[in-house]
Design a protein around this ligand. Structure first.
Ligand code: PGA
Length: 259
């Protein structure tokens, strides 16, 4: 039976685009996506915090066919947490998604699975869909331990997290050795781990819930390889870094993700 999960292409702009550049890219993308009019793929863009309001403006003014996500969040509601951003703040900018646990945050900013777990709980409590990232280093991959490593990350990140439905959560499998390196995993590599992710979700929740969670592949995903990943049974979309910074490339990925 073909999957009922709507495909999802999410752009992670990382630390790129000033406010004005972000608005220009958002407008350009809106125009290109409308031209292609793909309706069986959901699209999300995740700009830096300071660009969210500008991109929200484009979405509203243009009725742009994509939704908005952030790249990070802090779990406390408000208070003396200099430099942090809360769920309420994200909601006030129109965010319906938020990336958590990206490997760059884990590696460069010391985020732990415990932190990620608190962020997921806070997002779910505010009806923001977490795009929760996981993935192994080259060392773990070369030792052949990628499946157990990622399954363990998922167990820790979702510890005591209650899900009412699978639509509330997105998981992004991003092998660290493939991020921004131009080295992509093969579709078989992606399916091996994404299949294991769906199995652990079945064990933690139910087949019903696991069957509705969207699992994305990320790591040098581009127009040339996206269809190969989407042909995998357990890959429902892509989390795109570099190629999301060009409206043409990103729109082409959306088009090529359509059935
Ligand atoms: P990349 O980044 O597409 O530039 O490899 C993906 C990501 O880190 O989300």
């Amino acid at each position: 039976m073909p999957s009922q999960r709507k495909r999802l292409i999410a752009g992670n702009w990382k630390m790129n685009k000033t406010y004005t550049e972000a608005v220009v890219l958002a407008q350009d993308l809106s125009y290109k996506l409308k031209e292609d009019a793909v309706d069986d793929v959901e699209v999300v863009v995740c700009p830096p915090f300071v660009d969210l309001k500008g991109v929200q403006g484009v979405i509203e003014m243009d009725a742009a066919p994509y939704s908005l996500g952030a790249q990070n969040v802090y779990w406390e509601k408000s208070g003396a947490y200099t430099g942090e951003i809360s769920c309420d703040m994200l909601l006030s900018c129109g965010c319906t998604y938020c990336i958590v646990g990206h490997s760059e945050r884990r590696d460069y900013f010391g985020e732990t699975d415990e932190d990620i777990n608190k962020k997921i709980a806070a997002l779910l409590g505010n009806n923001i869909i977490p795009i929760s990232c996981c993935g192994e280093s080259l060392e773990v991959r070369e030792a052949g331990h990628q499946v157990e490593y990622v399954v363990n990350q998922i167990r820790e990140d979702l510890d005591n997290i209650d899900l009412k439905s699978g639509e509330e959560l997105v998981i992004a499998y991003e092998p660290i050795w493939a991020i921004g390196t131009g080295k992509t995993a093969t579709p078989e590599d992606a399916q091996e781990v994404c299949g294991a992710i769906r199995e652990i979700l079945t064990e933690l929740y139910s087949a019903n819930i696991a069957g509705a969670v969207r699992i994305l592949y990320g790591g040098s995903a581009k127009p040339e390889n996206v269809a190969g990943f989407l042909a995998c049974a357990d890959v429902d979309g892509a989390l795109v870094g570099g190629a999301s910074l060009q409206a043409d490339d990103f729109a082409l990925m959306v088009k090529r993700s359509s059935h």
